[in-house]
Design a protein around this ligand. Structure first.
Ligand code: SAH
Length: 314
């Protein structure tokens, strides 16, 4: 690792003296620091230091000589790749068969349905409990069914719709109120080879002819927030086919009862509740015509993904 910067620090100063030294460093025409700061080094003794950054070692040395203060140290500051370090916090995520990673972690997932999605201007890398819960719900649903028509309302990066499109190879309509998110989702569809099944459009809620034309849907994702989920309940329920499932998220544990009630009032049944931290993904189903449909009891499942959540039967 190369040293990109050099600092000279002057310690053992009072607060006022640290400011004076900062002024001197900034205003001495012989010196050209990149930046100067002051830091408290010993709260109990009220001691401060002044630190100046330079591009060259000789400049830092020169500043030390010019200032001629008793406690001064010149150090090399190792170069840091800030982009890489911040992305390191966004490691790969898995929910059942679905595996997500950023481009900095390419190749980490050898099998399964792998999606590459970078953090950027749209929401949805899989690290948030709501996204993870929806993917876990999808993983569970596709064990039993292969939905034919899919709506991803509030698509963000496209993550949920892309997971479904990649696995099912069936058409997904992805919508978002934010045109930037729609563009990001389409770019992600290209990057992940899902474009043939993936269509995006900018729409607030269900207000777009593409949505009504493509309805009814066998699977709908709506990971937005509790309040819009509550007002969208009649419209979303109408667009769900018999035997279809609605994966709702963006609600917290204390909002579960409210949102459940909104959709039960539309004739839907609770199929599963998935919790991740304080976030809930709620799977609601519409009974298939003439049958007891998709409400079934399955053993309690647990997903070990990024240390997140658990899955429970409704
Ligand atoms: N589906 C992604 C993103 C969820 S974030 C995931 O699961 O990670 C919620 C997204 O919903 C945001 O991109 C936001 O712009 C969008 N959104 C919020 N309210 C909306 C509305 N009324 N209609 C459509 N999209 C909405």
């Amino acid at each position: 690792m190369s040293a990109a910067r050099f600092t000279v620090s002057f310690g053992g100063l009072s607060h006022a003296r640290a400011f004076e030294v900062m002024d001197l460093l900034e205003n001495d025409l012989r010196l050209d620091p990149l930046a100067v700061s002051i830091n408290e080094t010993d709260e109990a003794k009220a001691l401060w230091e002044t630190v100046a950054w330079f591009a060259l070692l000789e400049e830092a040395d020169a500043a030390r000589v010019v200032m001629a203060l008793p406690y001064s140290v010149v150090s090399a500051v190792p170069e840091r790749d800030w982009v890489r370090e911040s992305l390191a916090g966004l490691g790969p995520v898995s929910a059942g068969r679905f595996h997500l990673h950023g481009s900095h972690d390419r190749g980490v997932h050898p099998s399964g349905i792998v999606l590459e999605i970078d953090a950027g201007t749209a929401f949805g890398t899989g690290h948030h409990g709501t996204t993870w819960g929806c993917l876990a719900a999808l993983d569970d649903i596709v064990k039993r069914r292969r939905p034919r028509r899919i709506l991803d309302l509030g698509t963000g990066t496209g993550v949920l719709g892309l997971a479904a499109a990649k696995h099912l190879k069936r058409p997904v309509l992805a919508t978002d109120i934010d045109p930037v998110a729609v563009k990001v989702a389409i770019d992600n569809a290209k990057r992940n080879g899902a474009l043939p099944w993936f269509k995006g459009c900018t729409a607030a809620g269900l207000h777009h002819p593409s949505i009504s034309t493509a309805a009814p849907f066998d699977l709908i994702f709506a990971n937005i927030l509790a309040r819009p989920l509550a007002s969208l309940a009649p419209g979303l329920a109408k667009m769900l086919s018999a035997g279809g499932q609605l994966i709702l998220s963006g609600l917290t544990v204390d909002q579960l009862r409210w949102i459940k009630a909104c959709y039960v009032n539309q004739g839907l049944v609770v199929e599963r509740v998935i919790r991740s931290g304080n976030w809930i993904a709620l799977v609601m189903g519409r009974k298939a015509l003439g049958g007891t449909a998709s409400k079934r009891k399955s053993p309690a499942l647990s997903f070990k993904a990024a240390g997140l959540g658990y899955l429970q039967d409704a």
